[in-house]
Design a protein around this ligand. Structure first.
Ligand code: GLU
Length: 271
């Protein structure tokens, strides 16, 4: 099935690279691989699974999972919200609409305002401590030590004025308690982590397997937190198109501008 899907879509020339981060515009648009990891640890692949691209928005899922691990799923629900905004991933209007005085929070950890605030909730005394925790958490999901794409990180850090403004606004409204610039900077670095198609499938497969990496056998997150993570993915993983995605697939997924989608069928596989 993977080979068939790969053959069917490999010639597709629709769309174009995201170019609001200069380094992303330069990525080879022909990189295309599909991987599927079953909950009993079988790995199936088709196409290019060696090339790495920055994880971008898919990172948000795993930082949200980390915060749930540290502070409980209710911390995400009460601080950020678990509702779709129905707006673009970096909408500032969505922040205005989600203000607590209007009955919020009505946002989620998968759009930029919620994601930056979620990153700010990862515990740690120093930036390095917080960062190492995030990177090693992602690595446990992938089952190998992941690294940052420094070119993408630098490029995004130089051009992320809008995300800095979002961080500042989230701080002004009290979603971020302290140091919004650090939160945005760590968020930018988490988006720059390099992954290949197999890494993403392994990360999805770990969610599908109740939080236990099906290949390394490591219990990466509490099984009880998987359902809340998948619920937010189902509701908001594809931003303003989440409803359409869920309508057609019935699966929680997460897209990212860096390329790649995680779809998770709980209890079966990650792809
Ligand atoms: N690094 C990207 C940003 O914050 C991720 C957003 C996305 O992929 O949706 O602009």
């Amino acid at each position: 099935a993977l080979s068939e899907a790969h053959a069917k879509f490999k010639g597709l020339q629709e769309g174009k690279n995201a170019d609001y981060i200069p380094a992303l515009a330069k990525v080879d648009a022909n990189i295309f691989g599909i991987a599927l990891v079953t909950t009993d640890g079988k790995v199936y692949t088709a196409g290019d699974i060696a090339s790495q691209v920055s994880i971008q928005s898919i990172s948000k899922v795993f930082t949200m999972a980390k915060v749930m691990e540290e502070s409980g799923p209710e911390a995400i629900e009460k601080t950020i919200g678990v509702d779709a905004t129905g707006m673009r991933f970096n909408s500032i209007v969505s922040i205005e609409q989600s203000q607590k005085m209007l009955g919020g929070p009505e946002m989620n950890s998968l759009v930029n305002p919620g994601a930056i605030a979620t990153t700010s909730m990862v515990k740690g005394g120093t930036r390095a401590e917080i960062w190492n925790k995030i990177l090693s958490y992602y690595s446990d999901f992938a089952g190998r030590p992941l690294q940052v794409n420094q070119e993408v990180f630098k490029s995004e850090a130089e051009t992320n004025q809008r995300n800095k403004a979002i961080g500042a606004l989230m701080y002004a409204y009290g979603y971020i308690k302290d140091n919004p610039d650090q939160a945005t900077d760590i968020y930018t670095e988490q988006c720059s982590v390099n992954v290949n198609a197999k890494d993403l499938a392994m990360m999805a497969g770990t969610l599908a397997n109740g939080g236990k990496n099906p290949v390394t056998g490591k219990q990466v997150m509490k099984t009880a937190n998987v359902a809340p993570v998948l619920a937010v993915m189902a509701r908001a993983g594809l931003y303003d198109d989440s409803g359409k995605w869920f309508y057609h697939t019935g699966l929680p997924g997460k897209s990212g501008v860096g390329g790649g989608i995680i779809a998770v069928s709980p209890g079966k596989f990650g792809i």
